[in-house]
Ligand binder design. Structure first.
Ligand code: HEM
Length: 422
């Protein structure tokens, strides 16, 4: 039993406080964009179970907001690292259920000491917060092959460094990381609070290397969700892997012990790419060209060979000019499993606008997140295909890259990474 405080209970004690607090926190705006598919306000702001076979935040219906952080581990002690993972797990279990971090929370401790929780999520409901952790290649081995924490032999073959792709323009300061943590919620303050408290707990053992905020999920991960739009104005996530695709999730999303790294069974590999968009150039591009680039209609999201969003694309149909209706260099043709040896991805990305670049352009794009069983046969071949041929490349640039092995879920009493360090 912990002595932690429950943010929601505090709200309920306040009578009408729940609704007021939710609106005051920007809840009304969030509800407007996602309530249609996720049901009532209370479901939108309620908790997602933390414990389970798989980590939450992968097949969980995508929430509206993201705060992602990559950490560098600064301690060289294996015991310190394990202690940190245990403290993080406990804090994540509490925060995802709407509780304050630590034993005494934001205001229940000694006035002589910094509080256990930073306090900005007080009065806010859980907002479907999920916190998902992954381990980067550099946690296992340094660039010169040194075994940092006695886990080098357990580095999965699937966690091979990603190759360089044509036109990559990666910023090393915004790439990589020993540990990646994805916090998703329907309230941005709840997601930020989660990352901030994990960073605070990590003091002296790990520090943030880079981080990314995101809004307006660019995927749907359940058939119950409507398809959102990315900053190019197109529906994104139509043919995504979804939690209802149970057979495909088993073969394409979750790692198996037979894959080689037993500790990863039930886990998944995450590729993160910050993709900058030249939206000002895009905005001067004709609607016809925009639709040709994707191979889909902007209004409905339907493939150019169909009428409705969910119609299957037919790559064999040609127009009057003899050219395929879905162009050879269109994004959906090149990314389709039929053209990538059956590879699927569970995409879970977010839009970002990080101010402007001083040259009159928004620093905007897609923070691409994709989960899969093995990046070597999924993300890598798909991205090779796209990087070489995609007509969209004229408008986008990959500016950061990271890869993480996200372990299976935990049960009460277990900690993130217990199968790796145990
Ligand atoms: C800024 C960059 C990108 C944008 C704006 C974008 C946008 C889209 C859109 C609008 C669709 C069609 C709707 C759908 O099925 O979801 C789509 C499909 C897809 N995209 Fe992207 N995408 C981007 C980057 C990527 C990258 C880097 C990958 C993987 C390497 C990728 C993989 C896919 C896949 C697998 C599909 C589904 C193809 C199918 O099965 O029909 N996308 N994307």
């Amino acid at each position: 039993m912990t002595g932690t405080l429950n943010r929601r209970r505090l709200l309920q004690v306040g009578g009408a406080g729940f609704a007021v607090a939710a609106v005051g926190a920007g809840g009304a705006a969030v509800a407007h964009s996602v309530a249609d598919e996720q049901g009532t306000d209370s479901a939108l702001h309620g908790p997602v179970p933390f414990h389970g076979e798989h980590q939450a935040g992968i097949t969980t219906p995508a929430q509206d907001r993201l705060h992602f952080a990559a950490f560098d581990v600064t301690t060289s002690s294996r015991d310190d690292l394990i202690a940190l993972l245990k403290e993080w797990t406990a804090a994540a279990a509490q925060m995802t259920q709407g509780k304050e971090a630590g034993q005494t929370g934001a205001t229940g401790g000694s006035t002589e000491a910094p509080p256990d929780d930073t306090g900005e999520a007080l009065e806010l409901p859980p907002s479907q917060l999920t916190i998902t952790i992954g381990f980067g290649p550099s946690l296992f081995t340094t660039a010169d092959g040194k075994d940092r924490f006695g886990i080098a032999a357990k580095r999965p073959a699937a966690l091979a460094d990603l190759p360089h792709f044509p036109a990559d323009d990666l910023d090393p300061a915004r790439s990589g990381g020993d540990i990646g943590i994805q916090a998703c919620a329907n309230d941005p303050q709840v997601a930020v609070h989660a990352i901030r408290n994990l960073a605070r707990i990590a003091f002296g053992r790990a520090e943030i290397r880079w981080s990314q905020l995101g809004f307006g999920r660019t995927s749907s991960t359940s058939v119950a969700q409507s398809t959102p739009r990315n900053l190019l104005g197109f529906k994104d996530g139509t043919r995504n892997l979804k939690l209802e695709d149970t057979a495909l999730l088993d073969s394409q999303l979750w790692a198996h012990s037979a894959d080689g790294a037993g500790w990863m069974a039930g886990g998944s590999y995450l590729v993160a790419r910050r993709i900058r968009m030249s939206i000002e150039i895009w905005d001067r591009t004709s609607l016809g060209e925009q639709e040709t680039i994707f191979g889909r209609a902007k209004k409905t999201g339907a493939p150019l060979t169909g009428e409705k969003e969910r119609d299957e694309p037919d790559f064999s149909i040609a127009g009057a000019d003899g050219q395929p209706l879905i162009a050879e260099d269109s994004h959906v043709r090149l990314a389709h499993p039929d053209h990538n040896a059956g590879a699927h991805l569970l995409r879970r990305g977010y839009n970002f606008v990080d101010g402007s670049d001083g040259l009159g352009r928004l620093d905007a794009g897609l923070f691409f997140l994709a989960y899969q069983r093995d990046p070597r046969s999924q993300f890598v071949p798909v991205q090779r295909n796209l990087a070489k041929h995609d007509r969209l490349n004229e408008y986008i640039k990959h500016v950061s890259s990271a890869l993480f092995a996200c372990p299976p879920g935990v049960q009460p009493g277990q900690y993130w990474g217990h199968t790796l360090f145990g």
